[in-house]
Design a protein around this ligand. Structure first.
Ligand SMILES: [Fe+2]
Length: 178
């Protein structure tokens, strides 16, 4: 099976709910991609949005886990796996989407938007960034795209929303391979 078919089948087979939410991981990631499309983002960012939590699929599936990944955080696990196949413009926002949450949480308005589960995981992810961490992050080449992705991510937990099928993204995924 080629890598695109393998990725597509992991979306089709996933039935687990996104931790603490009412949507499955697959629904969540497709909703994230649809929000990026709606906001007329670049095709790279739409692809990043679609794949951003792919690390959760890997963490859930012990067969896919390589030893060194076992203690990884989902964004790093996803990044490490996907970097073998996808261009760096797609990978960057995926790698930094958790940092972007820690950055955005500095603003009260954003923090209040976080779901209960997302507030809990924020603590485990290192908590809200301090000023110097935030300044450093602003210099990251993927800063803006990671922040955009993060905002779609937060809004992509709607129960019962009609969503596209993963196969509709097959051409996009294929176009972003190395
Ligand atoms: Fe997410």
């Amino acid at each position: 099976m080629n890598i695109i078919d393998k990725i597509i089948s992991s979306y089709l087979n996933n039935k687990t709910l996104y931790i603490g939410e009412k949507v499955t991981m697959t629904e969540h990631m497709i909703q994230t991609a649809m929000l990026a499309e709606k906001a007329k983002c670049s095709s790279n960012l739409i692809c990043s949005s679609l794949l951003h939590d792919y690390g959760h699929f890997i963490l859930e599936n012990p067969d896919m886990l390589v030893n060194e990944m076992k203690n990884g955080k989902h964004e790093e696990v996803g990044f490490k796996f996907l970097k073998k196949y996808f261009i760096k413009e797609v990978l960057g926002p995926i790698k930094y989407h958790v940092k972007a949450k820690r950055y955005l949480a500095r603003k009260d308005k954003y923090f209040r938007l976080l779901s209960k589960a997302s507030k809990v995981s924020l603590k485990l992810q290192g908590g809200i960034m301090n000023k110097s961490e935030a300044k450093q992050f602003e210099k990251n080449e993927f800063f803006e795209e990671a922040v955009k992705l993060r905002k779609f991510d937060e809004a992509a937990k709607k129960f019962g929303l009609k969503i596209k099928g993963i196969n509709e993204y097959k051409n996009l995924l294929t176009s972003k391979l190395i």
